[in-house]
Design a protein around this ligand. Structure first.
Ligand code: SAH
Ligand code: MG
Length: 199
């Protein structure tokens, strides 16, 4: 397992795959264990690095992870097999925005880590599948330090993408149903939980 994780980190580096930073995944694993999270939905598997590590947080954690890129999906499947996690990690090859989850399915934790420009769409689609006391986690909210520093960016595409992350942050801050806390960990992580209105 340890060896596989190192191999995955090297593969990601060599192929420019943006897997979670060590600090970020360590935070998430601890959160899963402390809060007795059992069912995780991940949007954006890449090669399965975060899915496998989340699944390894505790014995009864199960992860469903969605990936739309075929090469990544194949690599992810291979890695899940290598560590014998076939019964813990379910890899779905589809665009997350087109996935049809069975009605009534709920997850204790939903981890949004796919196309940064679509974060709001993912949130609005998958919030219905969050367990009542569940949490929606979003990664890369600092986006390498670009968020909040848009005027320093020369590339128009990058500026637009950063703009979308900034408006996603506004969306979270203004969301009446969810309360969001932001953590300056890894590349920036947020945790959104439902507000339970007091009587
Ligand atoms: N969670 C991974 C990293 C994911 S990188 C880790 O930390 O180990 C983001 C991945 O999201 C890429 O592999 C990309 O192909 C995938 N992706 C982007 N848009 C998507 C979509 N709409 N549906 C499913 N996967 C998507
Ligand atoms: Mg990420």
């Amino acid at each position: 397992m340890k060896q596989l994780i190192v191999e995955m980190e090297e593969y990601a580096k060599a192929h420019n795959i943006p897997i979670m930073q060590k600090e970020g995944i360590a935070f998430l694993m601890k959160f899963i264990k402390t809060n007795h999270i059992k069912n995780v939905l991940e949007i954006g598997s890449a090669i399965g690095y975060s899915a496998i590590l989340m699944a390894s947080s505790d014995v009864d954690v199960k992860v469903t992870t969605i990936e739309k890129d075929e090469t990544c999906y194949m690599e992810c499947l291979k890695n899940v097999k290598k560590c014998g996690f076939e019964s813990k990690v379910n890899v779905v090859f589809q665009d997350a925005l087109e996935v049809n989850l069975a009605e009534g399915t709920t997850y204790d934790l939903i981890f949004i880590d796919a196309a940064k420009g679509q974060y709001r769409k993912f949130f609005e689609k998958f919030e219905y599948f969050l367990a009542p006391n569940g949490v929606i986690v979003t990664d890369n909210l600092k986006f390498h330090g670009y968020v909040g520093n848009k005027d320093k960016i020369e590339s128009k595409n990058l500026r637009q993408l950063v703009g979308k992350i900034e408006s996603y942050i506004d969306f979270l801050n203004e969301n009446e149903e969810f309360e969001t806390k932001f953590y300056d960990i890894g590349d920036g992580i947020s945790l959104s939980t439902r507000r339970h209105n007091e009587k």
